[in-house]
Design a binder for this molecule. Structure first.
Ligand SMILES: Nc1ncnc2c1ncn2[C@@H]1O[C@H](COP(=O)(O)OP(=O)(O)O)[C@@H](O)[C@H]1O
Ligand SMILES: [Mg+2]
Length: 397
């Protein structure tokens, strides 16, 4: 009897501990463990705790959010005190530097792998090959894994490359994200850009394990044969910094560099070599299940203006070959029409039916993937110097 009671107690505890509570208790566990620890070890535990509390915040009921926010604030201030201490030992930082740090260093992102429709192979690859070493650095080192890894995520526009890279940081239990958009670095003042690049890599080491995301990397690591003098020195600086990271091998936690691009042929070939962005990952249009996830989420968010439950399977069949962005854009076209109709009717909501979606989806073919592939094909044909087997394989498949 007591055995049965114990089982019942266990089951009811599992049911009561909803997901946010599990994250909270996990976060508290890491927080407690951090007490009495020093340096990197303390930092790692606090970071783990922070991530758990952030996940708890996402899933918690309204009345608990303020408590969790206070907790997050307290962990952040402990972390920043630790970082300050670390930096004082290496270099002093000005107020201006601190502003740049805060701007580039994203504590958490608002997307996770669950938000991304399809791309299962890409998610598995990231999780198993690249995120695991970030979250288990000492084990990875023992098994001979290098602490610096690089990935080029390439493919047509609107396939979710940027989203995927940001979600990788959420997926990792420990890694901080440093996200760089070309305009963050490009500056009209000569020399300025190089020092910003240096800053980015210093931040990456200080906050390791970390992910450095160079979004639209072709604008920064541009082929030096066609780049302006200013851009050439940025490419050189990036290459130098990556080499430095590699040569400091033993002394820092792992860093993952991810570059995303729609225009891989504009890249300087040196950035693609081993030790730099060595892995290449094609990100293409999602399959039927992926399109279902993407469209279902949008329809769910706006269900108040839908006439009926939309037959999603029908929309999935009509969107063969569409990128995620194209699916969303077409749905938005229909919502825009409904909005205008409602405004014209003095703000009375004019609900949207499935046939309106079908009409818009039938109107034209998707273009992003096809256009991109034929552009790449033409460029590869004209370019005998660059032998990008990984790109040819994708284009000619
Ligand atoms: N696989 C996907 N799952 C969910 N949303 C997607 C997906 N692909 C694209 N999107 C949508 O398209 C938008 C553009 O995606 P983004 O990551 O910027 O594409 P890329 O960097 O490949 O050009 C995203 O904000 C998202 O709304
Ligand atoms: Mg992008």
């Amino acid at each position: 009897m007591s055995g049965l009671l114990r089982i019942l107690f266990f089951i009811s505890t599992c049911l009561i501990l909803t997901s946010y509570q599990k994250f909270m208790s996990k976060g508290q566990g890491y927080f407690n463990n951090a007490k009495g620890k020093e340096g990197d070890e303390k930092k790692t535990l606090l970071k783990r705790s922070l991530k758990c509390y952030k996940k708890a915040l996402d899933h918690s009921p309204q009345e608990t959010k303020s408590f969790i926010r206070t907790r997050i604030k307290s962990i952040k201030s402990r972390l920043s005190a630790l970082n300050q201490k670390g930096m004082k030992n290496s270099q002093s930082t000005s107020d201006e530097d601190k502003d740049i740090d805060e701007f580039l260093l994203k504590e958490s992102t608002d997307v996770s792998f669950e938000d991304i429709g399809g791309l299962q192979d890409a998610k598995d690859y990231l999780r198993n090959k690249l995120i695991m070493p970030l979250d288990n650095p000492s084990l990875a080192r023992k098994f001979g894994k290098t602490p610096v890894n690089g990935l080029l995520a390439y493919g047509p526009p609107g396939t979710g490359k940027t989203m995927l890279a940001r979600a990788a940081a959420t997926e990792s239990e420990q890694a901080s994200l440093i996200q760089i958009t070309p305009s963050d670095i490009l500056s009209k003042y000569l020399g300025d850009s190089e020092s910003k690049v240096r800053k980015v890599f210093n931040l990456a080491i200080e906050n390791a394990p970390s992910i450095v995301l160079f979004d639209e990397i072709e604008s920064l690591a541009t082929d030096r044969n066609i780049a302006s003098a200013n851009k050439r020195s940025i490419v050189n600086q990036i290459l130098t910094e990556i080499s430095n990271l590699n040569s400091e091998n033993e002394s820092h936690n792992p860093v993952l560099i991810i570059g995303t691009t729609n225009a891989p042929l504009l890249l300087d070939s040196a950035i693609l070599r081993p030790g730099r962005l060595e892995s290449k990952l094609y990100i293409g249009a999602p399959g039927p299940r992926g399109r279902k996830v993407i469209m279902e989420r949008v329809l769910e968010q706006r269900k108040d203006v839908l006439k009926e439950k939309i037959d999603i399977q029908r929309l999935v069949e009509l969107t063969e070959g569409y990128t995620g962005a194209e699916c969303i854009e077409r749905l938005n076209t229909v919502f825009e029409m409904g909005f205008r109709r409602s405004i014209e009717d003095d703000g009375e909501i004019k609900k949207i039916g499935v046939e309106e979606f079908i009409k818009v989806f039938k109107k034209g073919d998707p273009t992003a993937v096809e256009t991109w592939k034929s552009e790449m094909q033409a460029k590869l044909n004209n370019n005998s110097i660059k032998d990008y087997a990984w790109l040819r394989e994708v284009i000619e498949a």
